[in-house]
Design a protein around this ligand. Structure first.
Ligand code: ADP
Length: 638
C-alpha cells in the first residue's frame, strides 16, 4: 500500500443492521468446525467481481483501465498473522460498500435467524443453506479491512472499510490506484495457522480449483543452493482456473463437481446429484445442473430471485437467470453457457426469446429425467430429495402440463399401506391394486392421523383397499390437476356416491338396496329435519363402525382447499353435503324406533354434528351440540 493510500477522509462509524449483528454472532459460534470455508466464500466473491467486470466491459472497454488480465491474488504474512485476498474485478463505490457489507439484502432473513436453535451443529447446517458469504471472514478474523475502488472510477474514490465484527464498522475514503477489492483478514490468535502458504494452497485446490479465474500466490521460498543467492519468489497460479463446466465430463472428478457446487451455491453441504451436458446441433449450450441436498430457508417464497448462472460463450452474463427453468424447479442450482445467445442479451430479451424457450423445455426435461433416474436407481436418496423438495414438485402439476406424466411419476404419497411418510408412488399403488379395482382412491385431510381415522376409510379397511392420504396444504390444489394416472381415475373417497365397482360383491349391493327400502321413511324424516344443512340423505355402503358420515358432491371443491381459500378471505360457493347413514349401526336402529319427536330431533342432530367433526370440520353451533349430547347422556343414566 502506498503512503498516499493511508490518507483517509470522510471517516464515519456506522452500525451494522441488526440481522448482520445476529448473523455474525451465530456464525462465529456455530461454524467453528467449518471455518476453512471463509476462503472459498471470499474467493467466490472475488470471482463474481471479475465476472461482473468482464460483463460490464463488454459495452465499456475503458473499465479495464488498460489491465484486462483478470485474476485473484492471495497472500499472507505469517508474522502479522494476516491473509489477503485481492481481485481486480468490478470493485465497489462507498455507497455499495455500506449497503453490501453492512446489511443483508435477503428477504426473510429476520425470520430465518429466529429459527436458529442455538445448537451449533443444527445451526451450522441451516446457516449453510442461508449462505454467509463475506461475513464468514469473521469466523477466522477478529478484524477485517476492505480496500476497494469501482472499475472506471477516479483513484480518489477508493474506500476503506474496517470492522471487528462487533456491531459497527468504519468507513473512509482513500486513494486507491488499483481497481477492485482487497480484503485483509487479521487472524484471531488461534487461527494463525491459516497464514501459511501450504495451508492456503491446499484450500484453494480443495475449494476453488475450477473457478474460471487464476488464483495467484507467490511461490514458497526454496532453500538457496550453496554459493547462490536465494531465488526471488515468483507468481504461481495455484488453481486449474478452467471453468468447470467447459471441461469434458471425463476430465472432472466427483470432488471437483462438489467443490464447484459449493462455489456457485455458497452451500456447505454436498449436492444430492448433478447433471453435466453439452448439447450440440440446432442449439448449442452446456449445462451443469445441481440438486441441493437441503431446501433453502426461503424455498416457499416465490418472489425471491433465483435461477441459473447464465454465461454466453464463457462470458458471465447474469446471476439468477430465472428464464431457463420453471418456477417449480427453483431449487436447482447451476450454470448454463449458450453459444446461440448474444453477449448483450438482457432479462427482457430472455423473456421472449425462442432459443431460451427451447432451452428451458430441454433443461426442464433434463432435471425431471435426473430425478426420475434417482427415484429408480437410488430410492433412498430420492426419498431425501422428496422430503426436502416434494412440496415444490407438486406445484409443477398445475404449472407444467407438458410434463405432467413425468411429474406424476415423481410424486410420493403417504397411504394406508405404510405410515405417515410420503414414500409411495402412484406406480407402487397401481401395482398393488386389487384385480377388479379400477380407481386410485385417496382421502384429503388435515393430517395423516385425521385421514386414516376418517369414517370414510372404514369400508376400504374392511376390503383391504389401499387409500392415499393427502395432508399437505398444496394437495387439494395439486390433485385438481391430476384426475388420472395411467388411465386410472383418482377418486376422493369423501366425494360422490361410492362406486366400488367390481370390488363390491353382489350381496353387499343387495343389502344396501333392501336397507334403503326398509329405511325409506326414516330417510325422509331425516331429510325433512336437516333440509337446510344437507343435499340428500341416503343409506351408505362406506361405513362399518360409524353410524353416519358426510359426503361432498362429486364435483364440489376439495374440503382442504376450501379451508385454505376461506382462511385467505376468499368467497367460496356454499355447497351442501349428503348425509349417509349406516343401517347396521345400533344408533341408527334406535333412531328408526324412536317415538319421541324431541329425542329423534336431538339424536339426528348429534349424528349429523358428529359426522361434521369426523371430517375435521368446525361445528356451526358447538354449544347446541354439547347441550343435545348432554341431554342424551342424562337420558341414558336415567
Ligand atoms: P452474496 O455474495 O451472497 O451476495 P456476500 O455477503 O458475500 O453475499 O456479499 C455481499 C455483496 O457484497 C455481494 O453481493 C457483492 O455485491 C459485494 N461484494 C462482496 N465481495 C466483493 C468483491 N470482492 N468485489 C465486489 N463486490 C463484492
Amino acid at each position: 500500500m502506498s503512503e498516499q493510500e493511508h490518507i483517509e477522509t470522510n471517516k464515519e462509524t456506522l452500525g451494522f443492521q441488526t440481522e448482520v449483528k445476529q448473523l455474525l454472532h451465530l456464525m462465529i459460534h456455530s461454524l467453528y468446525s467449518n471455518k476453512e470455508i471463509f476462503l472459498r466464500e471470499l474467493i467466490s466473491n472475488a470471482s463474481d467481481a471479475e465476472d461482473k467486470l468482464r460483463f460490464e466491459a463488454l459495452s465499456n472497454d475503458a473499465l479495464y483501465e488498460n489491465d484486462g488480465d483478470l485474476n485473484i491474488r492471495l497472500s499472507f504474512d505469517e508474522e502479522a498473522k494476516t491473509v489477503t485476498i485481492t481481485d481486480n474485478g468490478i470493485g465497489m463505490t462507498r455507497d455499495e460498500v455500506i449497503a453490501n457489507l453492512g446489511t443483508i439484502a435477503k428477504s426473510g432473513t429476520a425470520d430465518f435467524l429466529q429459527n436458529l436453535t442455538g445448537d451449533s451443529q443444527k445451526d451450522s447446517q441451516l446457516i449453510g443453506q442461508f449462505g454467509v458469504g463475506f461475513y464468514s471472514a469473521f469466523i477466522v478474523a477478529d478484524k477485517v479491512d476492505v480496500f476497494t475502488r469501482k472499475a472506471g472510477a477516479d483513484k480518489s474514490e477508493g474506500v476503506h472499510w474496517s470492522s471487528k465484527g462487533e456491531g459497527e464498522f468504519e468507513i473512509a475514503s482513500v486513494e486507491r490506484e488499483q481497481r477492485g477489492t482487497e480484503i485483509v483478514l487479521h487472524l484471531k490468535e488461534e487461527e494463525a495457522e491459516f497464514a501459511n502458504g501450504w495451508r492456503l494452497r491446499s484450500l484453494v485446490k480443495k475449494y476453488s480449483d475450477h473457478i474460471a479465474f487464476p488464483v495467484i500466490m507467490k511461490s514458497e521460498p526454496m532453500p538457496a543452493e550453496e554459493g547462490k543467492e536465494p531465488e526471488e519468489p515468483k507468481d504461481e497460479t495455484v488453481n486449474e482456473a478452467t471453468a468447470l463446466w467447459t471441461m469434458s465430463k471425463s476430465e472432472v472428478k466427483e470432488e471437483d463437481y462438489k467443490a464447484f457446487y459449493k462455489h456457485i451455491s455458497h452451500d456447505f453441504q454436498d449436492p444430492l446429484t448433478w447433471s453435466h451436458n453439452r448439447v450440440e446441433g440446432k442449439l448449442e449450450y452446456t449445462s451443469l445442473l445441481y440438486i441441493p441436498s437441503k431446501a433453502p430457508f426461503d424455498l416457499y417464497n416465490r418472489e425471491v430471485p433465483r435461477g441459473l448462472k447464465l454465461y454466453v460463450q464463457r462470458v458471465f452474463i447474469m446471476d439468477e437467470a430465472e428464464q431457463f427453468l420453471p418456477l417449480y424447479l427453483r431449487f436447482v442450482k447451476g450454470v448454463v453457457d449458450s453459444k446461440d445467445l448474444s453477449l448483450n442479451v438482457s432479462r427482457e430479451i430472455l423473456q421472449s426469446d425462442r432459443t431460451v424457450e427451447s432451452m428451458k423445455s430441454a433443461l426442464t426435461k433434463r432435471v425431471l429425467d435426473m430425478l426420475g433416474k434417482m427415484a429408480k436407481n437410488e430410492p433412498e436418496k430420492y426419498q431425501d430429495f422428496w422430503n426436502e423438495f416434494g412440496q415444490v414438485i407438486k406445484e409443477g402439476l398445475g404449472e407444467d402440463f407438458a410434463n405432467k406424466e413425468k411429474l406424476s411419476k415423481l410424486l410420493r404419497f403417504a397411504s394406508t399401506h405404510g405410515d405417515s411418510t410420503q414414500n409411495i408412488s402412484l406406480e407402487d399403488y397401481v401395482g398393488r391394486m386389487k384385480e377388479s379395482q379400477d380407481k386410485i382412491y385417496y382421502v384429503s385431510a388435515e393430517s395423516y392421523a385425521a385421514g386414516i381415522s376418517s369414517p370414510h376409510m372404514e369400508i376400504f379397511r374392511k376390503k383391504g383397499i389401499e387409500v392415499l392420504v393427502l395432508s399437505d396444504r398444496i394437495d387439494g390444489w395439486m390433485i385438481s390437476y391430476l384426475s388420472d394416472f395411467e388411465g386410472k381415475h383418482l377418486q376422493d373417497i369423501t366425494k360422490g356416491e361410492l362406486d366400488l365397482g367390481e370390488i363390491e360383491d353382489e350381496e353387499d349391493k343387495k343389502h344396501k338396496e333392501e336397507a334403503s327400502k326398509t329405511y325409506e321413511s326414516l330417510l325422509n324424516q331425516i331429510k325433512e329435519l336437516l333440509k337446510d344443512k344437507v343435499e340428500d340423505v341416503r343409506v351408505t355402503n362406506r361405513l362399518t363402525d360409524s353410524p353416519a358420515c358426510l359426503v361432498a358432491g362429486a364435483h364440489d371443491m376439495d374440503a382442504q382447499m376450501k379451508k385454505i381459500m376461506e382462511a385467505a378471505g376468499q368467497k367460496v360457493p356454499e355447497t351442501k353435503p349428503s348425509f349417509e347413514i349406516n343401517p347396521e349401526h345400533p344408533l341408527v336402529k334406535q333412531l328408526n324406533d324412536e317415538q319421541n319427536d324431541d329425542r329423534f330431533n336431538d339424536l339426528t342432530n348429534v349424528l349429523f354434528d358428529q359426522a361434521v367433526l369426523a371430517m375435521g370440520e368446525q361445528l356451526k353451533e358447538p354449544g347446541a351440540f354439547v347441550s343435545r349430547l348432554n341431554k342424551l347422556l342424562l337420558d341414558l343414566s336415567k
